[in-house]
Design a protein around this ligand. Structure first.
Ligand code: ZN
Ligand code: ZN
Ligand code: FE
Length: 761
């Protein structure tokens, strides 16, 4: 007879690491345990979640197994468990935070309002009906409100709001979806919304309705959001959008638009399935989309661009505002020109005073300024443009574990920094352009904050070779630092490798504006044979002068002058429009360049785009970085298949004879070929050249993988053609997936190189 043996009772302790705090993990364990009739407890510790469960052996194992299917926002990196002696007892308890031990728990990124909270907010019978701060364990503010760790209400900016009895009951009930949701609140106990006018006077009535009134009259409303202040105007009102541009001193750079929902987004743009996935993801980035010809959007929103940057509401406040307003809103960063976005209340009221007609405010402080993230989709691949809100501070996996923590200081423009702990890389929020003093201060504060949250004190500091980057100076000024200098384009390629979890070696194509090379010249059109520990410069664009140095980046016609001068041995055709437009300045700039006055040599691909943009009359001067190249991309006829030959001379280092390309474009231009055709042929020629050079390097080095990085690869036309050609040519092509190809991704590459070098000893 097979009498059922009495099932063995066991007790097990488990440690769970990963993104497991502030994401509903303990209530999830409580539900799994109580539904199986198990006893024990679960708690947070500084390293993650720890639990003990006791009961029949199969039920305990089934619970441990269920830990790998966690709630939506959680991410389990590792579960370690071991048996402990059974102690009996009854019930399953959820323990509150224990602040001892290593502080290695992860903080969740800020997350868009979940479906259940959205439903509550629209339910008249719910006590959180129209509550602008509704949230739960699956959604709401996180990183932007965290002051310290472990993640707990008392260490967030919600500490100022004591829970009411009803919220406290939800907070304490493991069966409730707000169990230990640290920012939980309601209209009785939560932050308050208010509208104030330009003079700081409170406006009576419902703040959302009053703000909508201001918007309807064409006014500008400053809206305090999750990671900073936005400026909002009616996106269909040209006068309002134009006024915002003037007051903000922002000339051409496109504004982002927030729409109420996916249907409203489809009224404005063509949306593919990958793009839709990004748009509705919990991170809610701005997604760059192809706009529809009939889109009802004021011309000044994105002047001359076939694209629009759209995002969906990601806080309850945004949803209420969009619902009340009923149409798309421009929602752009609350700042003047290139300053960092305002996030401190006092600072915002001063800095935005001349811009906003009203302020939609609340009294929950923002600890960390976090800008909206931006992404696009090219050929079914996500191209991150800016990685910030919604993604930070989730870690990325390093392909090589660093034996000790590393701080990578990043670039000077579009700065992010990166802190490593073990095999994890924490790339910071978008800090911005460090030549602005307040941005530099937020860089320094951000490093102190993130290293404190991660409980690391990195002694190894990775930095760019450029001695004048404020980030480089920061590294060099730190006492006791062990410095790891990383060449700019090596960092770009290493970033792409790390982004894909690879070590190399690969053929790295790094096309960007400029970065300092190991020979002291400004590189930017580079083919590197690289792995994480090193590189050789295998090919590059032929260098030309960059007349006026940094001025050339603002005045692309200077690069046209330099390239034409080189291409025609100092005798460019006289009857070119760009020469006529610039008049005397043209000759002066060339004379200075010839005399070697402030005319460093550059192999930059970005500056070549600038030159051709000016040569074709697309853009002579820019108001933001990359504008001439972006306009040239948008000018190109995507159906044009013609190209130009771009010979490569096999010096010791292969050199791409750019002069040949410049002559071809010029001759076609003089023949009267249309600009859209010329712009497309230029793109095609570069893509053909990339394939040609990569094929040569494959033959020479036996490498079949190409990594594409650098800001130039944000160009969808160029990236698309390169992907087509390289893949057809049998290459495996790595592109960025999580961090941008532009300098925003540089810190990850620096960190990966430092980790690999430390590892190699
Ligand atoms: Zn929620
Ligand atoms: Zn409450
Ligand atoms: Fe760069």
């Amino acid at each position: 007879m097979s009498a059922e043996p009495e099932r063995q009772r066991v007790r097990s302790r488990a440690y769970i690491s990963g993104l497991v705090q502030g994401v509903g993990f303990r209530p999830f364990v409580w539900r799994e345990a109580t539904s199986r009739g198990l006893t024990g407890w679960v708690g947070n510790d500084a390293a993650g979640v720890v639990l003990e469960v006791e009961g029949p052996v199969d039920a305990v194992y089934s619970l441990l197994e269920s830990l790998s299917r966690p709630p939506p926002l959680a991410r389990v990196d590792e579960v370690r468990s071991h048996p402990v002696p059974p102690v009996g007892g009854a019930g399953f308890q959820v323990r509150t935070s224990n602040t001892e031990g290593a502080r290695s728990a992860l903080i969740s990124p800020d997350t868009a309002t979940c479906a259940e909270c959205s439903r509550e907010m629209r339910d008249e019978a719910d006590r959180r009906f129209r509550h602008p701060f509704v949230n739960c364990t699956s959604c709401g503010p996180r990183y932007t409100i965290v002051v310290s760790v472990p993640y707990d209400r008392s260490r967030t900016t919600m500490a100022a709001f004591p829970l009411c009895a009803a919220c406290q009951a939800e907070y304490d009930d493991p069966a409730n979806r707000r169990f230990h949701a640290e920012p939980v609140c309601c209209p009785d106990c939560g932050p308050r919304l208010r509208l104030v006018d330009r003079s700081g006077q409170a406006v009576d009535g419902d703040p959302i309705q009053s703000a909508t009134g201001v918007l309807n009259r064409g006014g500008v409303v400053a809206v305090k959001g999750l990671g900073g202040y936005h400026l909002a105007v009616d996106a269909s009102n040209e006068d309002a959008v134009g006024a915002l541009r003037r007051r903000k001193h922002r000339e051409d750079r496109p504004f982002a638009v927030m729409v109420a929902d996916v249907d409203a987004a489809r009224d404005l743009c063509r949306i593919g399935s990958d793009e839709l996935g990004l748009l509705v993801s919990p991170a809610r980035p701005i997604v760059l989309l192809q706009r529809l010809p009939a889109a009802q959007v004021a011309p000044s929103v994105a002047p001359g661009s076939p694209r629009l940057g759209l995002m969906l509401p990601y806080t309850p406040l945004h949803s209420l505002l969009l619902d009340a307003f009923g149409g798309p809103l421009v929602l752009t960063s609350g700042n003047i020109s290139d300053e960092p976005i305002a996030f401190d209340d006092g600072d915002a009221s001063t800095r935005l005073a001349g811009i906003a007609d009203a302020f939609l405010l609340h009294d929950r402080a923002i600890r960390t300024r976090v800008d909206d993230s931006v992404s696009a989709v090219v050929h079914g691949r996500v191209v991150p443009i800016r990685r910030s809100r919604g993604y930070v501070p989730a870690p990325l996996a390093l392909p090589v574990e660093a034996p000790e923590p590393v701080l990578a200081c990043g670039s000077s423009l579009k700065n992010t920094f990166c802190v490593t702990r073990g095999s994890q890389a924490f790339v910071s929020h978008h800090v911005g352009d460090l030549d602005d003093y307040s941005t530099l201060r937020s860089f320094i504060d951000g490093i102190a904050h993130l290293t404190n949250l991660l409980d690391v004190e990195p002694r190894v500091l990775a930095h760019d070779l450029h001695p004048d980057y404020p980030s480089t100076r920061y590294a060099m000024d730190r006492p006791d630092a062990r410095l790891v200098p990383v060449q700019h384009h090596h960092a770009h390629i290493a970033s792409c490798l790390a982004d894909n979890g690879e070590h190399g070696p690969v053929i790295g194509v790094a096309f960007d504006g400029v970065g300092l090379g190991t020979d002291g010249t400004a590189w930017g059109g580079e083919f590197l044979v690289a792995d994480l520990t090193g590189f050789t410069r295998a090919a590059h664009l032929a260098p030309v002068a960059m007349p006026g140095g940094d001025a050339a980046a603002r005045q692309p016609w200077r690069m046209a002058a330099a390239h034409l001068h080189t291409a025609y041995d100092g005798q460019p055709p006289a009857d070119l429009d760009v020469v006529r437009r610039q008049g005397r300045r043209w000759g002066q700039v060339l004379a200075a360049a010839q005399a070697g006055v402030n005319a460093p040599l550059t192999s930059s691909a970005g500056r070549l785009f600038d030159a051709v943009s000016a040569l074709l009359g697309v853009r002579d001067e820019v108001t933001y970085e990359g504008q001439a190249a972006i306009d040239l991309e948008h000018a190109a006829d995507p159906d044009e298949t013609g190209s130009y030959l771009l010979p490569v001379s096999d010096d010791p280092v292969a050199t791409v004879q750019v002069a040949h390309l410049v002559r071809s474009v010029t001759e076609d231009l003089l023949r009267g070929t249309a600009v859209p055709v010329l712009a497309a042929r230029f793109h095609n020629a570069l893509a053909d050249m990339v394939l040609d050079v990569c094929s040569r390097l494959r033959d020479r080095h036996g490498l079949g993988t190409v990594a594409l990085s650098g800001g130039v690869f944000q160009n969808a036309l160029l990236l698309g053609r390169c992907l087509d050609l390289l893949e057809a040519g049998g290459f495996r092509v790595l592109t960025h997936r999580q961090v941008p190809p532009n300098d925003g991704g540089l810190s990850l590459g620096q960190a990966a190189v430092a980790a690999a070098l430390l590892r190699a000893g």
